[in-house]
Design a protein around this ligand. Sequence first.
Ligand code: PDD
Length: 284
Amino acid sequence: MRTVYLNGEFLPLSEAKLPIMDRGTTFGDGVYEVSSVLDGRLVDNDAHLARLFRSLGEIRMGCPVAVEAIPPLQHELIRRNDLIEGVVYIQVTRGTSERDFPFPAHTPPNMFMFTQVKTIIDSPLAKSGAKVISTDDLRWARRDIKSTALLAQVLAKQAAHEAGAYEALMVGPDGTVTEGSSSSAFILTGDRRIITRKADTSILPGITRKAVMALAAEQDLVVVERDYTLDEAKGAAEMFLTSASSFVMPVISLDGQTIGDGTPGPMTRRMRDLYIAFARASAS
Ligand code: PDD
């Protein structure tokens, strides 16, 4: 039986009810986080919780639980669900109130968490490499906030799904790649530079992205934060995506065009191995 957390209680999934007037439902007025679980422990969780509190601050919302009180709740949820490998999802919304756009007064936020089982390390796709497509980036201007309003990402992922691809790379009106619909995007240039877009308001500042950049720098690899076009990505020596739910995912084709030699490249495999070692060593 699956156990979830809702507003201070651990409950069977079927008994956890959120009112339809929850502002997450009516307005997408909430934020979320996804931390990965490896060997029953949380990976880079402090960074995920720091981003959750940053997202909350940016939309002027409080959290019903202090930041230091969240890991014990996550661990309890992992324990109750016997989760070994997967993710813990956390969502905080601006609470339950009559549908009206301005913030409701004296309304406590709603907070819930659940776990999902996922094979991250032995993922077949991580071995074969993933196909991706490109799509217009239809999102709002504050992509640095991990908002639950994900309609553009849902449409992008569905387009990828219908094309037989794993992920959709989102492209801005200027032709530059922003990121994947639920992942950060990296390319490797012919001169062995690892390129990823600068983390301003145009993308989500990926926690995995940041850790991968730090691991690359430790290995004296050159990492450059700059814009790159879809055409540059199609001509890249290698390409990979990062996220809490996939770690480092090799990309082998983009819009049907082969990337590199059509197999996960050596730099990508190295970054995946480095990240897995970091995750195992630092999980708590
Ligand atoms: N998505 N960019 C976007 C738009 C994302 O939604 C995500 C994560 C990332 C990667 O961030 P991180 O490395 O912190 O997971 C980048 C999560 C996994 C999701 O929505 O399920």
